[in-house]
Design a protein around this ligand. Structure first.
Ligand SMILES: Cc1cc2nc3c(=O)[nH]c(=O)nc-3n(C[C@H](O)[C@H](O)[C@H](O)COP(=O)(O)OP(=O)(O)OC[C@H]3O[C@@H](n4cnc5c(N)ncnc54)[C@H](O)[C@@H]3O)c2cc1C
Ligand code: FES
Length: 502
């Protein structure tokens, strides 16, 4: 069993150089996941010069840990979107998904990319181990609204294979995300454009419009923040902090398994549980591969994270007893109070894209299309709906409060909590733990060679205390979901600095 995601394991990507001198470009794109790579690809096609810079390796963070269902079906139900935004806006949100799938298909055909792009239906269904009449009427409503908005949704008494009630959404799609992005990356460098890895931006100079990377400067006219969780960049700290309060980070767990050929139809399935489970089926030459996920919880707020995989495995075996699991991984989902992403300009010359919920492959692609329009001065149909400063929306207030009550709660709770141990003696190789006394806590990690690493548990973002995540071997912050390596380096923000020495 490997903890490397199936996509990374099955599609290696060549290394790109580190930035080693000052350069100037039209557009700086920070972050090389689906959002940043697609943005850089579209901008270069529009004859702009681009620098795509990545802190670690390209297409590896959340984009490497995705499941890549390409669907317009959002985490928030269609009838809830209609209730919050009205018919037109709900349809616009789902149209964005359709437009993204079409754009990916267009690029696949134009560039002749072998990335297993396949059109397939999606099924939203009740959980197999029990459901209520209310869930059935909610599914019927979803199908009615979906049909009315021309999305071809149909209610089924029995969805294929699982034989429980559900809704069929035709003409969704799936692909191998890394094979697709590898092809986009291939032609990005050259003619004034660049791709750099191991090149984190560490400082912005708003006046001179330049960013510091590996002690060198990249001068730019515009910057696209494609870091999933946005950096402050050219924005004011106040507006960046306000935006952060609207983002909630969740960890989602996935297992990948071989199953005998044609056991189950090639499709995507999502159940109505909370958190929900998701299943994707791909045909290969001698076997089928299924990717099954769920168990979402707010990042840093659950202990014994390893057990999530055991629960997923138990449920998958009930669905497909012959499943042979050989991959498992976890990643981050960023959600928003109203279920729609924030995409657009949030400071002069700066564009951000975040809050994609479980639809970041499609919303990441839409973000790239919107960033192209922004950089070339064209009007975009989704600009108002996804605007970062969109005004209060009916029905969103309650969720917003619920999500944000966690911040002050965890800030206080973790500071006054007892450490897990007063000494490092209990710490086994490969484990981390908060040790010490209440006034002086230390985040301690013992590496495989027995060497002890001691860090401050105080998250450099806004001061909450991190916790050890045993499933991922990371320090996770329960407040806004920052994640750090065992040595304290940042894996994912909003924190922009490493944990300090303990
Ligand atoms: C388990 C799981 C299942 C999912 N399933 C689906 C699905 O089925 N369908 C779907 O549409 N979406 C899905 N998603 C969501 C989707 O994968 C993500 O929303 C999407 O990949 C985010 O892409 P991104 O490019 O915005 O961010 P990322 O892929 O996270 O890329 C951001 C990059 O920015 C880099 N970066 C950060 N800070 C800096 C810095 N200072 N300098 C330089 N670089 C920096 C990071 O290293 C990272 O590589 C899933 C996510 C998970 C975790
Ligand atoms: S305090 Fe905000 S992520 Fe840690």
């Amino acid at each position: 069993m490997t903890t490397i995601p199936f996509w990374i394991d099955s599609a290696p990507i060549k290394q790109f150089p580190r930035l080693q001198k000052n350069i100037n470009v039209d557009v700086l794109v920070v972050g090389a996941g689906i959002t940043g790579i697609t943005t850089a690809y579209l901008l270069k096609k529009a004859a702009l010069t681009v620098a795509l810079i990545e802190r670690e390796r390209v297409a590896s963070l959340d984009t490497g840990h995705t499941t890549a269902h390409l669907t317009f079906v959002t985490d928030v139900g269609l009838h809830e979107l209609v209730g919050n935004f009205g018919d037109d806006h709900a349809q616009a949100a789902w149209d964005a998904g359709t437009a993204a799938i079409d754009e990916i298909e267009r690029i696949v055909q134009e560039e002749e990319i072998q990335c297993e792009f396949t059109r397939a239906p999606g099924y939203l269904h009740v959980c197999a181990d029990g459901f209520s009449d209310k869930e059935i009427s909610s599914l019927k409503k979803e199908a009615r609204v979906g049909a009315k908005l021309g999305l071809g949704a149909i209610y089924l008494e029995r969805v294929p294979y699982l034989t429980v009630p559900g809704v069929r959404f035709p003409n969704q799609a799936k692909f191998h995300p890394r094979k697709y992005l590898r092809a986009l990356l291939m032609n990005l460098s050259g003619n004034g454009s660049h791709v750099f890895e191991k090149s984190a931006v560490t400082e912005f100079d708003a006046e001179k419009r330049r960013a510091k990377v590996n002690d060198h400067w990249i001068g730019f006219d515009r910057v696209v923040m494609a870091t999933n969780n946005p950096l402050v960049g050219l924005a004011s700290v106040t507006s960046a902090t306000l935006l952060q309060t609207k983002l909630s980070l969740y960890t989602s767990y996935v297992i990948g398994a071989r199953v005998p050929s044609e056991t189950i139809p090639e499709a995507m399935f999502w159940d109505t549980g909370d958190p929900y489970n998701y299943l994707r089926v791909d045909r290969h030459r001698d076997f089928d591969y299924v990717v099954y996920g769920g168990e979402d919880h707010k990042t840093g707020q659950k202990r014994e994270t390893q057990k999530a995989y055991a629960r997923l495995l138990g449920r998958l075996k009930k669905i497909i007893p012959d499943a042979q699991v050989n991959h498992r991984w976890a990643g981050q989902i960023i959600s928003t109070p109203d279920g729609l992403p924030y995409i657009g300009e949030n400071a002069e010359h700066q564009f951000i894209a975040t809050g994609f919920c479980g639809n970041g492959i499609t919303f990441g692609t839409i973000s790239a299309m919107m960033a192209l329009d922004w950089a070339t001065g064209r009007k975009n149909p989704w600009a108002d709906l996804f605007a970062v400063d969109r005004k209060k929306i009916k029905g969103a207030t309650w969720n917003y409060l619920r999500e944000n009550k966690d911040y002050p709660y965890y800030l206080i709770k973790d500071r006054i909590a007892r450490p897990e141990s007063d000494s490092v003696r209990k710490l086994k190789p490969g484990e981390g733990m908060i040790i010490g006394s209440r006034p002086k806590k230390t985040a301690a990690f013992r590496d495989r060679n027995g060497k002890l690493h001691k860090l401050s548990p105080v998250c450099p973002h806004l001061g909450c205390h991190v916790r050890w995540n045993s499933a991922e071997s990371t320090w996770d912050c329960p407040c806004h979901g920052s994640r750090f390596r065992p040595n304290g380096d940042v894996i994912a923000g909003p924190a922009e600095e490493a944990l300090s020495a303990g």
